[in-house]
Design a protein around this ligand. Structure first.
Ligand code: DON
Length: 318
């Protein structure tokens, strides 16, 4: 490391620690408990990472702690299906309008498409598009689809991601709400595959383990038009990146999206594990983690962190 790089690193680290300190006393919100295993985490954990477009990574706090990606997986599976099928096929199944409703509502439009890929209905439909489009899904097919998915997510993060089996089994054995959503979509003719196979793939993708550093690298890969600046590898097209940034801006924070765009102005996606993935076009990826959630299912300290970053560093897009 050169002395100017060291200077930059300690300056940024000092600033990030200042943000962490500002958020530390806020104990409002509650950890998600509808997936029983998620209720077992230490609620006071906090980590923050930034990855610049040149690939430099800056982190403070619990940045090596792994937690499950949950809904922050949704943009990545959407990217996979866009790359595999093209936008015409995907748009015929999943809309791009904000729902204004909670993430686990069966929000469908007049064509009975899930309103967007960031809510559970849209994400389960996206997962279904990674499976053979017929009802009889042979044993092992979900395993194969999941292996490809892990490959893709790992390329975005720049390291091999692994599944948290406890969280996966915990959600699989209690996920009646998502089961209801999938069967309702199936009755609408939206799913071309076995709904249980689509759910299984969706539960597995949500249970992949990440750190805040991984989230920052995924965020910067989206921000850099689909190229991971740490590995130099193109993972998806610039056009797909543009889509992801668009739906993250309008739908990524669910029924909190309007407030988010107005006050923070950074395309983002939250997860009930307490993570928030942010992606500032051309500039920066951001990963924050703190498990207590607000009423929208977004991390309380995570939202607060983004508000500070946006205001202090002038990161609002507009
Ligand atoms: O499907 C679910 O309910 C969870 N696996 C993911 C939901 C989620 O992360 C919502 N985001 N804040």
């Amino acid at each position: 490391m050169t002395s100017s790089t060291e200077g930059r690193t300690s300056l940024v680290a000092g600033y990030l620690q200042h943000i962490a300190d500002q958020c530390a006393d806020d104990r409002s919100g509650a950890v998600a408990d509808y997936i029983p295993e998620l209720a077992a985490v230490d609620p006071d954990q906090y980590g923050l990472s930034l990855c610049a477009h040149d690939g430099y990574l800056y982190s403070v706090g619990d940045t090596t702690t792994e937690f499950t990606i949950q809904s922050m997986s949704k943009p990545l599976t959407y990217a996979m299906v866009l790359g595999r099928h093209g936008s015409d096929v995907v748009d015929a199944k999943i809309g791009v309008e904000p729902s204004g409703e909670a993430f686990n509502e069966i929000s469908v439009d007049s064509r009975r498409r899930p309103r967007n890929p960031m809510i559970n209905a849209g994400a389960i439909t996206a997962a279904s598009l990674l499976l053979p489009q017929h009802r009889e899904v042979e044993p092992g097919v979900v395993d194969e689809a999941f292996a490809e998915l892990v490959e893709f997510y790992s390329a975005c993060a720049g390291r091999r991601l692994t599944i948290d089996d406890e969280v996966y089994l915990s959600e699989k054995s209690t996920g009646s709400r998502n089961r209801a959503i999938a069967y309702m979509l199936d009755s609408f003719g939206v799913l071309g595959t076995d709904p249980d196979a689509a759910l299984d793939l969706y539960f597995r993708q949500c249970s992949l383990r990440v750190t805040t550093a991984d989230l920052a690298v995924v965020g910067v890969t989206i921000a850099c038009g689909g190229v991971n600046p740490r590995t130099g590898r193109r993972v998806f097209s610039r056009r797909t990146a543009q889509r992801l940034l668009s739906v993250m801006t309008t739908c990524g924070m669910y029924d909190g999206a309007g407030d988010w765009v107005t006050s923070v102005g950074i395309p983002a996606k939250s997860g009930v594990g307490g993570g928030i993935l942010g992606s500032l076009p051309g500039q920066l990826g951001i990963g924050v983690f703190s498990p207590r959630l607000d009423d929208h299912g977004n991390s309380v300290r995570g939202v607060d962190t983004y508000r500070h970053l946006s205001a202090d560093l002038g990161l609002h897009m507009f």
